[in-house]
Design a protein around this ligand. Sequence first.
Ligand SMILES: C=CC(=O)SCCNC(=O)CCNC(=O)[C@H](O)C(C)(C)COP(=O)(O)OP(=O)(O)OC[C@H]1O[C@@H](n2cnc3c(N)ncnc32)[C@H](O)[C@@H]1OP(=O)(O)O
Ligand code: NAI
Length: 325
Amino acid sequence: MTRAVLVSRAAPPTVTDVDLPDPAEGEALVDVTYSSVNFKDGLALARNPGVARLDPLVPGIDVVGTVSGLGPGVHEVAIGDRVVLNGAGLGETRHGGWATQAVVPSGSLVVLPEAIDDSFAAAIGTAGFTAMLSVLALERFVAPDDGPVLVTGASGGVGTVAIALLTARGYRVTASTGRAANTESLRRLGATEVVDRGTLSDPGKPMQRATWAGAVDSVGGATLANVLASTRWGGAVTACGLAQDSALPTTVLPFILRSVSLLGINSVDAPLELRRRAWDRLATDLDAALLADVTRTVTPEQAIAVGAEVVAGRVHGRTVVAVAG
Ligand SMILES: C=CC(=O)SCCNC(=O)CCNC(=O)[C@H](O)C(C)(C)COP(=O)(O)OP(=O)(O)OC[C@H]1O[C@@H](n2cnc3c(N)ncnc32)[C@H](O)[C@@H]1OP(=O)(O)O
Ligand SMILES: NC(=O)C1=CN([C@@H]2O[C@H](COP(=O)(O)OP(=O)(O)OC[C@H]3O[C@@H](n4cnc5c(N)ncnc54)[C@H](O)[C@@H]3O)[C@@H](O)[C@H]2O)C=CC1
C-alpha cells in the first residue's frame, strides 16, 4: 500500500491509499522522497486521454528516492541506491511518482551522481533532464562561438534549465518569454537578451533574417516555424514541446536553403546510456543555487492545483513535490 495522489474519471484528484504490486521481472521498488510537477503532469491531472492512459492513475512522471526492493533479473541498481527516473511511462501508462512508493522499470533508473541530492534531482526533473538532452543534441551542431542561441518558453521548466546549461558552456543566450516580469530572473540564469515571445508567436515569412546559430524550443507552433526561418546556415533547433501548439506550420525552405537541422527530443524513452550521460552532465554543469532561485516545493495535496497552473503557463521555473513529508 502506498499513500498517493490518485486521478480518475470517477472523482476529482485526491490523496489516498493505493495498492502497489510487488516488483515484477525487471522492476524495482523505490521509496520516493520527491517528485515534481511537469507540464505533462498537468495534462494527466486534466485527464488528457493521450497522457492519462490508465484509470485510475497516480500522476508524476518523475521519481526520486531510494531502491528498497528488486524484482527478478534486475542488474542496473541495488537496494539502497539513490535513484532518479524520468518518464518511461510513469504517470501515463503506469503509476507515477506522486506516491510514497513506486514500482518502476529498472532499465530506465539512473543512480544519482553524488553531487545531486534528492531535492535537487526533483527540481531538475523531466524538464531539466529534457533541457540537458536538448543541449547535448544542439552541441553536436553548434559551438559557443557560432553565435547567439535562442531559448523559447524561457520562463518554464525546460527553458530555465536550458538557459543555465547553455550559459555554463559558454553560449550567448537570448530568452523568449511572454512574462516581462521574469526578465531579471532570466538574466540571473544567464540570458544576455530577453525578447517578447509576441515577436515570434504569429505566422511569419518562410525565410527571415538569419539570426540564431541555434535554438532550444519547447513551444512548437508558429514560434518554432519562425525560429527555423531565422536560423543561420548550418544551425540547429531542438524541438521537445508543444506549449503553443503541436502543429508545425513551416516550409522546407530553412532546411534546403540554409541547411538548418531540426532535432527531435524525447525524454520518455531515452536509453539508459543517454540518461546516465545527461545526469552526469547535469551534475557538473548545473548550479544548484541558480535552479533553487526558480524552484518552489509543495505538498502532494498542493501539487494537484499546480498542474493546471503549469499548463496555463503561469508557473516560472520548477515545482518540487515533497512526497516523504
Ligand atoms: C514529457 C513529455 C512531454 O511532455 S510530451 C508532451 C505531452 N504529450 C502530449 O501532449 C501527447 C499526448 N498524446 C496525444 O495527444 C495522442 O496520443 C496523439 C495525438 C500523439 C496520438 O493520438 P491518436 O488518437 O491519433 O493515436 P493513438 O493514440 O492511437 O496513437 C497512434 C500511434 O502513435 C503511437 N503513440 C501514441 N502516443 C505515443 C507516445 N507518447 N510515444 C510514442 N508513440 C506514441 C501509438 O502507439 C500508435 O502507434 P501503434 O504502432 O499503432 O501502437
Ligand atoms: N519531449 C519531451 O520529452 C518533453 C517535452 N516537454 C514539453 O515541453 C514543453 C515545455 O515543458 P515545461 O518547460 O516543463 O513546461 P512549462 O509550462 O514550465 O513551460 C512552458 C513555457 O512556455 C510558455 N508558453 C505557453 N504558451 C506559449 C505560447 N503560446 N508561446 C510561447 N510560449 C508559451 C509558458 O508561459 C511557459 O513559460 C511542454 O509542451 C512539455 O509537454 C517537456 C519535457 C519533456
